[in-house]
Design a protein around this ligand. Structure first.
Ligand SMILES: O=P(O)(O)O[C@H]1O[C@H](CO)[C@@H](O)[C@H]1O
Ligand code: HPA
Length: 294
């Protein structure tokens, strides 16, 4: 794997090599992939028959450098659904190219994954949002993409998808409806929201002027990840659900004294991890019913 500007630096052979390595090391054949954002690695704990690989031991895999990202791939089953969990993912601000950030998504596709559930932490922009709310992502704004930092820039490999993919339905409507239903069954409708997520490159949290711009643009929450993975997943035909945990309220007002920091973000993730795990586990069971019906 080599780096070439911001465009794709991985060849089809790189993806194939990693996929074959994993398929040779595990008997699991995942249908669902779950990407666990900051402090949300616990989501993998509900899986049975687990097999774990550290990122540094997987050929071509980047390694996690952000606190709260354990850096391992966990295969297992949830209610008989074969799954793979990424305990930790990669960020542009760690210095990775977007091709490296999204590398695992194409591995999942080549392994036979059909559904991808992405979770992360974000700051609430919508004034109605409260800390601890879980937002089902309806749509996103790819702010780095506006500036040419886009995971699909560079030569297009038709084996993954078309040159100009449609992104108006990146987040599956069926899965969003399912998530709302499951949330209501679990009695957490009060803090389940739906909205538009915006990705910024980070690593700094937003200035107040930037936060006001995001509000004007129609963003409900803001974070430093997820959009590249979702874009690449949609490009290669995966069905995607995005859940973001609102870990802090983004300051829109110069008189507000609170200052956000990553420890606080991890603290809120810890507080909500058990509930998110229940939500994700139940959703995976329902995805299986969907797979069986196909
Ligand atoms: O997106 P995840 O990995 O959850 O991490 C979130 O938490 C970090 C900030 O505290 C940022 O990296 C933001 O994107
Ligand atoms: O306020 C935030 N801004 C950007 N990313 C984040 N991740 C958690 N909270 C935030």
């Amino acid at each position: 794997m080599h780096t070439k500007g911001s465009s794709c630096c991985c060849s089809f052979e790189d993806y194939k090599l990693t996929t074959e390595w994993l398929l040779n090391q595990t008997r699991h054949r995942p249908k669902v992939a779950v990407i666990c954002g900051s402090g949300l690695g616990l989501l993998a704990e509900g899986a049975a028959d687990k097999q774990t690989f550290r990122y540094q031991d997987i050929p071509n895999f980047p390694v996690s450098t952000v606190p709260g990202h354990e850096g391992c791939l966990v295969f297992g089953t949830i209610e008989e659904t074969p799954c793979v969990f990424m305990k930790g993912h990669f960020h542009l601000c760690e210095g990775y190219s977007l091709c490296q950030v999204t590398f695992p998504v194409r591995i999942f596709k080549l392994m036979g994954v059909e559904f991808m559930l992405v979770t992360n932490a974000s700051g609430g922009i919508c004034p109605d949002f409260k800390v601890g709310d879980i937002m089902i992502i309806k749509d996103h704004i790819n702010l780095p993409g506006f500036a040419g930092q886009h995971p699909l820039c560079g030569p297009n490999d038709e084996r993954f998808g078309t040159r100009f993919p449609c992104m108006s339905d990146a987040y599956s409507k069926d899965l969003r409806t399912l998530a709302l239903d499951v949330g209501s069954e679990l009695g957490c409708s009060d803090f389940i929201r739906t909205g538009v997520y915006c990705m910024v490159s980070g690593p700094n949290f937003e200035t107040i002027a930037e936060a006001r711009v995001l509000l004007t643009l129609g963003c409900d929450s803001v974070g430093m990840s997820m959009v590249p993975e979702v874009t690449v997943a949609k490009h290669c035909g995966l069905k995607v659900l995005g859940l973001t945990l609102v870990t802090n309220k983004v300051s829109l007002d110069y008189s507000r004294e609170e200052k956000v920091n990553h420890d606080e973000v991890l603290e809120i993730c810890k507080m909500r991890a058990e509930l998110l795990q229940k939500l994700v586990t139940t959703l995976i069971g329902r995805c299986q019913q969907n797979i069986n019906r196909q």
